[in-house]
Design a protein around this ligand. Structure first.
Ligand SMILES: C[S@@+](CC[C@H](N)C(=O)[O-])C[C@H]1O[C@@H](n2cnc3c(N)ncnc32)[C@H](O)[C@@H]1O
Length: 243
């Protein structure tokens, strides 16, 4: 069997939002790698995995998940390299399947992309697969009791870790706007949404699927963490008006 790495989306944090396919892969993988910030502390992806898996073939890989992207990036790059070397070493020695559990979906702003590139470079003949997961934006819409898009409405997903430069143009489309990674800039984000006349249609969802979950109208939220998602819903005139 060709050695393979499977990126498994474990959803936003609630163990109930893991797919049956993900559970099956996690159960049978030779090793399940989980991303952590600190090697001594379990991360959220690990908590979801452990809620379903009885075996102990779970191994932590350290990533600079909470480092500011505007600062020096050497540590982030070193973590990617070290993690890829470890996973490649596992596949080289044991073969079979290695799984990597990632929050949300592995194809949406996930560390899995960088890990897979590094492992592929070290082991060119290997296979890479993914198991999709429920994204934070889907879970946020559900928690807010909102429809994200209907009819011909558009959806813009923005990563706002660096700045808010793309936000005004996205709001001007009149479609739904989802902001990831903008929690640390929440007051600026809120001011810009208010200036666009969209504050009454905006939600903030933080720590979804965990005991700290908070979902509220953005107008009522003063500050939030990195693990928060802001939704701005489109203006809606009535049933089917956007068709
Ligand atoms: C690196 S991206 C990961 C996205 C993830 N792969 C997905 O499919 O949703 C991190 C951003 O996702 C959002 N996010 C992830 N998990 C979340 C959660 N449990 N609650 C709220 N937002 C979350 C936040 O905006 C956070 O800054």
């Amino acid at each position: 069997m060709i050695p393979e790495l499977v990126g498994i989306g474990v959803g936003p944090g609630d163990p109930d939002l893991l797919t049956v396919a993900a559970v099956r892969e996690l159960d049978t993988a030779g090793r399940v790698f989980v991303p952590v910030i600190d090697p001594g502390t379990p991360g959220r992806a690990e908590a979801v995995v452990r809620a379903h898996v009885g075996h102990d073939r779970i191994e932590r890989l350290v990533f600079a998940l909470s480092d500011d992207v505007t600062g020096p990036q050497q540590r982030r790059l070193q973590c990617w390299d070290d993690a890829a070397a470890r996973v490649a070493g596992q596949l080289r020695s044991a073969g079979g399947t290695a799984a990597f559990a990632t929050l949300g979906d592995p194809a949406v702003y996930s560390t899995f992309t960088y890990l897979a590139a590094g492992v592929r470079a070290a082991l060119p003949g290997m296979r890479v697969r993914t198991i999709p997961g429920i994204t934070a934006m889907q879970a946020a819409a559900s928690a807010a009791g909102a429809t994200l898009v209907e009819g011909a409405e558009t959806l813009t997903l923005l990563p706002l870790a660096r700045d808010l430069s793309e936000l005004d143009a996205a709001l001007a489309t009149g479609g739904a706007v989802v902001a990831y990674k903008g929690g640390r800039r929440l007051s600026e984000l809120r001011n810009r949404i208010e200036a666009a006349g969209a504050l009454s249609r905006a939600w903030c969802a933080e720590h979804l699927g965990t005991a700290d979950e908070r979902v509220a109208a953005l107008a009522d939220v003063e500050a939030a963490s990195y693990l928060s998602t802001v939704l701005v819903l489109p203006v809606r005139q009535g049933r089917g008006a956007q068709l």
